[in-house]
Design a protein around this ligand. Structure first.
Ligand code: DX5
Ligand code: ZN
Length: 237
């Protein structure tokens, strides 16, 4: 059965001086999950926040799932730290861990949902081998490191490929997309089979967050309608 779509605002684009308020604001405006971008100035050319900020959001009273996207190398020690700091989902990059199967197992052992991310030029080659350890896959639709970049359309074929692999393997894992997601690109992504949508500038860059999230949801609805039409057409008369 298809998952209900989830919208995950990326706090990278929030006003960081008012982070607690910003996060509460987007959740009140209809967001489902809080996307938390961790960058180490090594795996990616930018530096953001560590587990203490995750902990601070929990202490502030944020109860929604915290979706921690680790753009770091090495990743394993931070997995433990973020799990203890209140992470709900933890995603590592396929290119950044030496023993993906083991790392995904460690994430689940902490009681978190385990995910693997793929950069735009990284094939999904390892995906069939970790299907039973995965709760979600994260398809990057920009090169990781910065918010506000332009969507790379090659992500669409990759989302379709992941969806086909999950259907063939009877996996219930989610397909999350990250980078350049806006009211237009989200429709194409939903049509391709994505069900979880990270958006930074398309939400925090807008004054009216409720309107921004509503626009994303109507894009998803358009995409899902196109997807079900395409499936009906492919079955023929
Ligand atoms: C990029 C990050 C994204 C980023 C998305 O490396 O992983 O989560 O914040 O920002 P937008 O939605 O503005 O492309
Ligand atoms: Zn991210």
């Amino acid at each position: 059965m298809a998952h209900a779509p989830l919208i995950a605002p990326s706090i990278l684009s929030a006003d960081l001086a008012r982070l607690g308020e910003e996060v509460r604001g987007v959740l009140d405006a209809g967001a489902d999950v809080v996307h938390f971008d961790v960058m180490d100035n090594h795996y990616v050319p930018n530096l953001t926040f560590g587990p203490m900020i995750c902990d601070a959001l929990r202490a502030y009273g944020i109860e929604a799932p915290l979706d921690v996207h680790l753009m770091v190398r090495p990743a394993d020690r931070l997995v433990d730290d973020f799990a203890r700091a209140g992470a709900s989902w933890i995603t590592v990059h396929a290119e950044a861990v030496d023993h993906l199967d083991r790392t995904l197992g460690v994430i689940r052992d902490h009681g978190c949902r385990a995910g693997v991310a793929f950069n735009p030029a990284t094939p999904l080659a390892c995906l069939p081998y970790v299907l039973d350890k995965l709760d979600h896959v994260l398809v990057m639709s920009v090169n990781p490191g910065f918010g506000g970049q332009r969507f790379l359309p090659s992500a669409l074929a990759k989302v379709s490929e992941a969806r086909a692999l999950f259907e063939a393997g009877e996996s219930a894992a989610r397909i999350e997309v990250d980078g350049g997601v806006n009211a237009e690109t989200i429709a194409m992504l939903a049509a391709a089979g994505a069900d979880s949508f990270v958006a930074g500038s398309a939400i925090f860059g807008q004054a009216d967050r409720a309107a921004a999230i509503a626009a994303l949801r109507s894009g998803i609805a358009r995409g899902l309608a196109a997807r079900s039409q395409a499936r009906t057409d492919s079955r023929g008369p």
